[in-house]
Design a protein around this ligand. Sequence first.
Ligand code: ATP
Ligand code: MG
Length: 258
Amino acid sequence: MRAITTAVASGKGGSGKTTFSINLACSLAQAGKKVLIFDADVGTANVHIAFRKKITNTLIDVIQGTAEIQETIQKLTPNIDLISGGSGYTDFINLGIDKIHLTIRAFAALEGIYDHLIIDLPAGISEIVVEIMKASDNNFIIGNNDPSSVADAFALLKVLKSHQEKMNIIFTANKVETLSEAKALHQKINSLTEKYINLSLRFLGGITASKDYDFSWSSGIPCCLEDTTSKASTEFRSISKGLDQPAERSCSGITFAL
Ligand SMILES: Nc1ncnc2c1ncn2[C@@H]1O[C@H](COP(=O)(O)OP(=O)(O)OP(=O)(O)O)[C@@H](O)[C@H]1O
Ligand SMILES: [Mg+2]
């Protein structure tokens, strides 16, 4: 069976995409799944930092033709691997549509190895965000409960809808106080998207605010990596369970095939 591909985006920067991607990967790995994280924040990739790892080969090497995609895989834990977008480059911030498609196609060389591919996207609306979301099975929009986060999420969804009619979008509120707040925020944005762009957003749960996430960045041990009983692990488990069933492919164009 092919890997389930899940992209993680947000309109606004700093909403918690990378923290979410990492902990979702840890939660799936805890359930015995083999997970590949693709850090698509090309040029300013930082997933490796959360695991205190150094990166050698990156996606940039694949794009430049100096490495095969298999040679860029970095082991983070026994069940989680990483392909990094590289950091400290400026030439590759705007990859252009051809290089983005080349990147998506390159993943086909990894067919049959992974159960899940989790893609941490850069903030905002750009070609790489739109093309990767179009090519993925599940698409998370991570939002916070503030007006600019809601406005930016709506702007991204509007652009996505103009590119592709049918998309599997999950809106997940992060840094909220309670699950009820997460539900209310989902309802608020879903009523906007249903009314104005005829798009329904799925709800799989929410992530409450905790200083443990900041601490985990500095310790190099993500919240959901080892402690299976914490609130964070419980919240991520309930979300990751929703990804168990491969979603229907919504894209008629280029998709991840691994
Ligand atoms: N649920 C949470 N509770 C408390 N702090 C959180 C939570 N989720 C993320 N954070 C904190 O928010 C900050 C930004 O998180 P993160 O880097 O994951 O955001 P991002 O959306 O990936 O940012 P960027 O747009 O720059 O890529 C970090 O300091 C992180 O520890
Ligand atoms: Mg990030």
